[in-house]
Design a protein around this ligand. Structure first.
Ligand SMILES: NC(=O)c1ccc[n+]([C@@H]2O[C@H](COP(=O)([O-])OP(=O)(O)OC[C@H]3O[C@@H](n4cnc5c(N)ncnc54)[C@H](OP(=O)(O)O)[C@@H]3O)[C@@H](O)[C@H]2O)c1
Length: 280
């Protein structure tokens, strides 16, 4: 069974599905089988990263399916250790070689690492790689409004998307509003809070019972209604399908408010505040 996922449009005109597929930890033959299964279930937007060391696995999964390349949206990310302009250009090329692709649909800067202060150079490399046809849409992850503002001031180009930690325990209301005001799509990483505490939460349990849906479907529908592109990871074909079977019901305003109220100021799962946290 295949599911049709609605699409949204990025600020550069590219269309992407409103729900994608996370691939952190999916590697090797097992990983390629899981990703192949996800594509066959209906996922078309795939997330990856140089640092996940699975761009090759993504490439293998794509080769195993009969879906046309132009119908897929493949994402990868630039690691923090390669933020200088020259390193970033070489890394984008290396990312492509690893996946055996001619272009990425989306390429993101993985973390801003503001204390190193090279993210504007990295951004210029992404802008140029887009001009050279290596990338179709460019974006970032984990950038705070102050970092986004600087990209705009110094290069004149704002990202098409910002992939940020977003789940019921950390709903990123302020950051989402900033994105909305500036035409940036919010993509939610760890949308199910990596299965930590969401499935035991009584509030989510009661909303799930009311709609006769699973907790995962309630949470992913919440992301969809917020206008955020969730990229849930599941290695299980059954759960992959469950996670995109969210387009036959709606949460009402009370449900949305109740889930929104689960958010905590200290709700980041691993205390990874991009102003301080560094990842290389
Ligand atoms: N940019 C960044 O800095 C950043 C950081 C973290 C993650 N990411 C990206 O975001 C993606 C998603 O985040 P994530 O992998 O951290 O966490 P997640 O998608 O929130 O949760 C994944 C966990 O939930 C379980 N799960 C999935 N669907 C389920 C269902 N229907 N019922 C019960 N359990 C379910 C999975 O187990 P099974 O596999 O066994 O189903 C897995 O343990 C990543 O894979 C990665 O691509 C980006």
């Amino acid at each position: 069974m295949t599911h049709q996922i609605p699409e949204i449009t990025l600020n550069d005109g590219m269309r992407i599905p409103a729900v994608g597929y996370g691939t952190y930890k999916l590697k090797g033959n097992e990983g390629a089988s899981a990703i192949e299964s996800a594509i066959n279930k209906g996922y078309r937007l795939l997330d990856s990263a140089y640092n996940y060391e699975n761009e090759g696995t993504i490439g293998e999964a794509i080769r195993r399916t009969s879906i046309r390349r132009e119908d897929l949206r493949i994402t990868s990310k630039l690691p923090g250790r390669y933020h200088t302009y020259e390193d970033a250009v070489i890394t984008i090329q290396e990312s492509l070689y690893r996946a055996n692709l001619d272009y990425y649909d989306i390429y993101l800067i993985h973390w801003p690492n503001p204390k190193r202060d090279h993210y504007v150079e990295a951004w210029q490399a992404l802008i140029d790689a887009k001009k050279w046809g290596l990338i179709r849409s460019i974006g970032v992850c984990n950038f705070l409004p102050e970092h986004l503002q600087r990209l705009q001031e110094e290069t004149g180009v704002l990202p098409s998307m910002n992939q940020i930690e977003l789940h019921p325990f950390f709903n990123q209301a302020t950051q989402r509003k900033w994105h909305e005001e500036h035409g940036i799509v919010t993509e939610s990483w760890s949308p199910l809070a990596r299965a930590k505490d969401v499935f035991e939460n009584d509030t989510l349990k009661s909303i799930a019972a009311k709609h006769e849906k699973s907790i995962s479907q309630i949470v992913l529908r919440w992301h969809y209604q917020l206008g955020a592109v969730a990229i849930p990871k599941s290695a299980s074909p059954v759960r992959q399908l469950e996670n995109i079977s969210i387009f036959d019901f709606s949460l009402d305003d009370d449900d949305m408010k109740t889930i929104g109220a689960l958010s905590r100021i200290d709700g980041r799962m691993w205390n990874q505040n991009p102003a301080e946290y560094e990842e290389f």
